[in-house]
Design a protein around this ligand. Structure first.
Ligand SMILES: Cc1cc2nc3c(=O)[nH]c(=O)nc-3n(C[C@H](O)[C@H](O)[C@H](O)COP(=O)(O)O)c2cc1C
Length: 192
């Protein structure tokens, strides 16, 4: 059975470079014969995490849906924009809400266990969003107990990095994406 891989970006901006990278990662994952679901966080609108809101009515419906989407996949590829050397509030808020969903008899943080995560970033900045990946890795590994691949991709000069076919122009960066994708498929296959 091919591993099921969920792909999404930590940006819902029109023309987002990270959404573009997520779409390309999804394409590469399909080429690697994974069973791929590409989603947008815009389809999972969530209020800013608020303990009082949670206390009153529990996690919102879309937190539950997103958590179930995580649980339905063996691997998750997240592309993460860099905001002030960290991940976006959109992405952190989604992770925070998911971390609060606990369905019957599940251990805590079930959405982050028994699957593998891969990370990518795209930015016009010098670091290509690398610092957001460090922050996201910290949140996923230390905060949520997730297994995160050491291989990752950061795309510099993002506004010029893609060609008309939405492929990466730089051969070395394109090869890196293929390597990350290959490793994700291999590792996710162990959970399939
Ligand atoms: C609040 C804010 C902070 C930002 N900080 C950084 C930063 O620290 N490093 C960086 O490379 N880009 C930074 N940027 C630029 C974003 O990386 C850029 O807007 C990028 O296009 C966002 O990703 P997206 O295209 O996927 O939406 C920042 C943008 C915003 C709005």
């Amino acid at each position: 059975m091919p591993p099921k891989i969920l792909v999404f970006a930590g940006s819902i901006r029109t023309g987002s470079f990270n959404a573009r990278l997520a779409a390309l990662a999804a394409k590469e994952l399909m080429r690697a014969e994974a069973d791929v679901s590409l989603i947008s966080l815009s389809d999972y609108p969530l209020p800013l995490y608020d303990g009082d809101l949670e206390g009153r009515s529990g996690p919102p419906e879309f937190a539950l849906k997103l958590k179930r989407a995580f649980c339905a996949h063996h691997g998750i590829f997240i592309t993460s924009p860099e905001y002030n050397a960290s991940l976006t509030p959109l992405l952190k808020n989604a992770i925070d809400w998911i971390s609060r969903v606990r369905e019957a008899k599940e251990p805590p943080l079930a959405a982050f266990k028994d699957r593998v995560f891969a990370l990518g970033a795209a930015s016009n900045g010098t670091y290509g969003g690398m610092r957001s990946l460090m922050a996201l890795r910290h949140v996923l590994e230390l905060g949520c107990g997730a297994l995160v691949l050491p291989e990752q991709i950061a795309v510099r000069g993002a506004s010029q990095a893609f060609d008309d076919m939405d492929e990466l122009k730089d051969e070395a960066i394109a090869a890196l994406l293929k390597r990350v994708v290959g490793r994700l498929v291999e590792m996710a296959g162990r959970f399939a």
